[in-house]
Ligand binder design. Sequence first.
Ligand code: AMP
Ligand code: MG
Length: 338
Amino acid sequence: MIRILQSKARIGPALLVGLALLSCVRSPKEIRRVELLMGTEVDIIAQGKSEPALQAAADRAFAEIERLEQKLSRYREDSAISRINQQAGIAPVAVDAETFMLVQKSLEVCRESSGAFDITILPALLIWKIDAKNPQPPADAEVKEKLKLTGCEKMVLDREQKTVFLPEPGMGIDLGGIAKGYAADCAVKILKDNGVSAGIVKAGGDMRVFGGEGKGLAIGIQNPRASGKVLAKIYLKDGAVSTSGDYERFYIFNGVRYSHIINPKTGYPVSGEASVTVKAQSGIESDAWSTALFVLGHERGLEVLKTRPGLEAFFIEPSGESHSSQWFRENLIAVSGD
Ligand code: AMP
Ligand code: MG
């Protein structure tokens, strides 16, 4: 049994895991490792036949996430994403197939979410200085100005040449809303290819679970206004869960909360929801859509979900009021007194 998870153990900011998981597995061997990658804590829990084999599998899975970070991080000057950004308004940039696929997938989710998920948000995101020591909101005029440099339809993608072109100087892309979920998918593939029979990869608020038996893993959903407290849980055997919220990366200025997710329609941080937890088959889907649905809000978001089987969401408003799609309505278990 994977029992790294003592009751209410905190394995990250957005998702908390309680109870045991993956029961009835024949092999008793299990490891848990945590490393700082992609600007967050990455947890890997792996179960299989021998401990040395599990350690080797985890080494490879972490190396895979590091590989992706080097390629996809906008904070690294030599990443594929930075090369695209450095050439904005200058020239198309040839990228590898994986980077191209992620940009293309991001464009697809941008269209499917009516522009709520938009990786070209970067110029409008940077002016909010979310990671600065004493951040202040920008002037309205600056927001308007930067918003002109955004819009996923401006990106010019050439499928044949695998090039990405940002046509205006000052444009930029940021895969922060999709890369961690994709990295979790890739790490799970490595674990499976290396003989791991069951496990978890969790990168910040994005989590993949596989090989579960019985009820599966109990995943706690954090109360967005009470740090470390769980307000509900779900069980998952195989699949992905991501949470986007306004309670990890944010600042408060003159009593107003400013979060790291920007509404591409306005250029202002989203304020309608406190968190959105999404369940999907893959991390790339759950990650991109948790960000998209956070922007869309519960009313429009639940409408969109009706046309997207396999995607489910649980919204919590700043007031504490919550809204669920069908799967969450049927499977969410309230955790009281926590
Ligand atoms: P997540 O925690 O997955 O919801 O991703 C949030 C991150 O995505 C932010 O820190 C930004 O890097 C980026 N981001 C912010 N707003 C948007 C948006 N509207 N669409 C896509 N990515 C965004
Ligand atoms: Mg996301």
